[in-house]
Write a protein that binds this ligand. Structure first.
Ligand SMILES: Cc1ncc(C[n+]2csc(CCOP(=O)(O)OP(=O)(O)O)c2C)c(N)n1
Ligand SMILES: [Mg+2]
Length: 387
């Protein structure tokens, strides 16, 4: 493993790129065993690229178990959110609602590269992360319905999913706010010598927030075990990256801080997995943060109220034609990792889970009024609360 290990030097211009050129099995052999992953013996080294991929690789690079896990996780995200979109149309779900459809690989590929003790934080497009981490779909659907059985007790809604059990630390509505929080969580992991890291997601709209730059500087200075991920889906609400940023290769922003940074074709779950595994290896070795630019696309508008008129149909169809779930499905079938019937059985199971989550949410009660006074501060008797 020594020959493939990333060099620990804060002055290296871009160790992440060097690692991608030399990486092989080291990428998936993190200090702690990643979740669900069994690399195939002959897995080829491959550099991260933003070049689109419509077809699956010539060889199945990971085991059957890994591909089926990715398929199931991403299909659950998609079907769950399609249902949430429908329910929003029926006004069963109200308020804000941002769907992740199209971006599923950004989460599935990272779950497989990290351990269950690592911490996760993201912005308001936050249903997929806890779903993949193992939060019950019932608790997420109930949260969307604002019911007391929701993962945030019905007090958070779509933008504020939380689940301590699976180390999902929200769900944040203020653009960029979770970036320094992610660094802070990583600081705690380092301080407590846990060996865990924090992965902090943000949208492309967040990279121009001042808080990001302060957090990047401190994370590098203190070599915090954090993986910063920008999900660059091309638009911040309806404003394209080209209209708001002079630098459009967003990963290069990390280089100003000497932070190892790289672009990743996030329509491709394997590329996501490999980039996150490299970053995790570096973080656990005490070498500090990484900045990954996941090049991705959301098929839906920014939120349910956005008809997405700022983009062309052709652009959307282009991304749909290299859909991440279809690519995994294609790999599974062409390499005989499972049959059409096996995949249909998974689809059927997911349909049942989603249906059950809706019934659970419908049947659950709303929180009672006294809940307004609970979970406001960690300390029950915080001095500024008065009767
Ligand atoms: C500090 C702050 N400013 C403005 C907003 C309003 N707002 C919500 S989402 C958003 C755009 C964020 O863009 P991006 O991160 O690319 O997210 P995407 O639209 O792709 O989900 C804005 C400006 C906000 N929530 N917080
Ligand atoms: Mg965006």
């Amino acid at each position: 493993m020594a020959d493939t290990k990333v060099q620990a030097t804060s002055k290296a211009s871009n160790p992440a790129k060097k690692a991608s050129a030399t990486k092989g099995k080291a990428a998936v052999e993190t200090a702690k065993q990643p979740q669900n992953v069994k690399p195939a013996a002959n897995k080829a080294a491959k550099a991260a690229t933003d070049a689109p991929k419509a077809t699956s690789p010539a060889k199945a690079e990971y085991s059957k178990e890994t591909y089926l896990t990715w398929y199931e996780q991403m299909m659950l995200m998609r079907k769950f959110e399609e249902k949430a979109g429908q329910l929003y149309g029926q006004q069963k779900i109200k308020g804000f609602c941002h769907l992740y459809i199209g971006q599923e690989a950004c989460v599935a590929g990272a779950v497989s590269a990290l351990t269950k003790d690592d911490k996760w934080i993201t912005a308001y497009r936050d249903h997929a992360h806890p779903l993949a981490l193992g939060t019950s779909p019932n608790a997420i659907m109930a949260e969307l319905f604002a019911k007391a059985t929701g993962c945030s007790k019905g007090k958070g809604g779509s933008m504020h999913m939380f689940d301590k059990e699976v180390n999902f630390i929200g769900g944040h509505g203020i653009v960029g706010a979770q970036v320094p929080m992610g660094a802070g969580i990583a600081f705690a992991e380092k301080y407590n010598k846990t060996g865990n890291l924090c992965i902090a997601y943000m949208g492309d709209g967040a990279v121009r927030q001042g808080a990001l730059h302060e957090a990047f500087n401190m994370a590098m200075l203190w070599k915090l075990p954090v993986i910063f991920v920008v999900e660059n889906n091309g638009y911040a609400m309806g404003t394209s990256v080209q209209r708001s940023s002079n630098v459009t290769e967003l990963y290069t922003i990390g280089e100003s801080y000497d932070m190892p940074s790289e672009p990743v074709n996030a329509m491709n779950v394997e590329d996501v997995h490999e980039a996150v595994a490299r970053a995790a290896e570096r973080a656990r070795a005490g070498e500090g943060p990484t900045f990954l630019e996941f090049k991705t696309y959301r098929y839906k508008g920014h939120s349910m109220s956005d008809p997405a008129k700022y983009r062309t149909k052709d652009e959307l169809e282009d991304y749909r034609s290299r859909d991440t779930i279809e690519a995994v499905r294609h790999t599974i079938l062409t390499h005989n990792l499972a049959t059409e019937e096996d995949l249909a059985a998974i689809d059927e199971k997911i349909k049942g889970q989603v249906q059950e989550s809706v019934e659970f949410a419908e049947k659950s009660d709303y929180p009672t009024a006294d809940e307004l006074y609970h979970d406001v501060y960690v300390q029950q008797d915080y001095p500024y609360i008065r009767d």
